[in-house]
Design a protein around this ligand. Structure first.
Ligand code: FAD
Ligand code: SF4
Length: 342
């Protein structure tokens, strides 16, 4: 048995801790119930939360089931589209408004998990999925994200799948999801309902956090705030985008490196570009360096390779993940080539 799997297996519990189950009748009531109990959590598809409860990592004493709330609609909005937080990943990926206008999002979603999981998993839950760091999953090991102040097992331990950008000595974990990488490239907005019934929005690029000294906080969402929708503005990237996921196995595995690449072309020149790299930081890593290097350049392999090198110039690999730099440069180049139709 590899060290990785033995770390994982040793943490397994056989029984869930007791919790109170409530079915939310409307979004405001759901937000109020969770806001009023620091140990309550929202339950959507349960594909991440229930797993973490079985591993004794998440220990809510109350689950507020969102699945009957009317937050599943995918509809046109101001030239773009609004995607309900409770729409499943499958419904979202297959919807004509998404397939036709935001193919990058469809590609990113179907690159994740399995068909069965995507039928259960919701868009809100997907954004909030937690890291796949081995030490986070093993309650015998130190982990500042799971138990603040206990240390970081991965910083000097096995860190092959960990971050090369934006990490701190407190935490070197990555955000592992696929869908969010496309949402970052598409300038999505996250719509949120609070316990008092008011709403606020967060640009998705500001939704996840870097770890700093508080890695236990994955996002800038406050306890009790309910995601109601994800909004996508009208996009000029539909014709030239590509999602590339590099992983250890061809299916059913999280990315080692992934790339959401999108180009707006003016003849053979790049007018505008998005390069978002996944599984290299505590949040999807939008590369301002790569994007700046692409604008006004000819869309060809040479300029794509230079942009990819610019994206990784500031990488700070750990002991076991230096390979992510070369792999990442090749992945960004290839994703841009595909996006540009080359
Ligand atoms: C074997 C396996 C393989 C996987 N592979 C991939 C992969 O390759 N790529 C990938 O991207 N993902 C992958 N996933 C993760 C999967 O996509 C997520 O588990 C799923 O998207 C979570 O959605 P959910 O609705 O089940 O969330 P839940 O598990 O119900 O909830 C997750 C978290 O979000 C909170 N939450 C849920 N909805 C809301 C809301 N509306 N507002 C506020 N908080 C909310 C919950 O309280 C909880 O904290 C995999 C999962 C498994 C089990
Ligand atoms: S990298 Fe983060 S999640 Fe992993 S052990 Fe360190 S603190 Fe925990």
């Amino acid at each position: 048995m590899s060290m990785t799997s033995s770390l994982h297996v040793s943490a397994r519990r056989t029984a869930l801790r007791p919790f109170n189950y409530v079915r939310a009748s409307n979004p405001n009531a759901a937000a109020r119930t969770v806001a009023g109990n620091p140990r309550a959590k929202f339950l959507a598809g349960g594909t991440n939360l229930v797993d973490l409860m079985k591993e004794d990592i998440e220990r809510p004493n109350e689950l507020v089931d969102l699945t009957r709330l009317p937050l599943k609609e995918i509809r046109p909005l101001r030239g773009g589209v609004s995607i309900g937080a409770l729409a499943t990943n499958s419904e979202t990926a297959n919807h004509p408004l998404i397939r036709n206008n935001y193919p990058l999002l469809t590609q990113a979603i179907v690159a994740g998990a399995s068909a069965q999981l995507r039928n259960m998993a919701t868009n809100g839950g997907n954004l909030l999925q937690r890291t796949r760091c081995y030490y986070f999953y093993d309650i015998q090991m130190p982990c500042n994200k799971r138990e603040p102040g206990s240390g970081c097992g991965a910083r000097e331990g096995l860190n092959r799948i960990h971050a090369i950008f934006g990490w701190s000595d407190s935490c070197v974990a990555t955000y592992p999801g696929d869908m969010a990488n496309a949402l970052y490239a598409l300038d999505a907005i996250v719509r949120i309902r609070r316990a008092d019934g008011s709403e606020r929005t967060i640009p998705v690029v500001d939704f996840h956090r870097l770890p700093g000294d508080t890695p236990q906080k994955d996002t800038n969402l406050e306890h009790g705030e309910l995601i109601t929708a994800i909004e996508l503005p009208k996009s000029n990237f539909a014709k030239s985008s590509y999602y590339l996921k590099v992983r250890d196995r061809a299916s059913y595995a999280f990315a080692l490196v992934s790339v959401a690449a999108a180009l707006e072309l003016d003849g053979d020149r790049v007018r505008n570009a998005r390069v978002v790299i996944g599984s290299v930081a505590h949040k999807p890593w939008r590369s301002a360096e790569a994007e700046a290097a692409l604008v006004r350049q000819r869309a060809n392999e040479g300029s794509f390779r230079e942009a990819a090198a610019a994206a990784f110039a500031g990488a700070k690999p750990l002991e076991h993940n230096r390979y992510k730099v070369d792999l990442g440069i090749r992945a960004v180049t290839r994703a841009l080539m595909r996006a540009g139709g080359l």
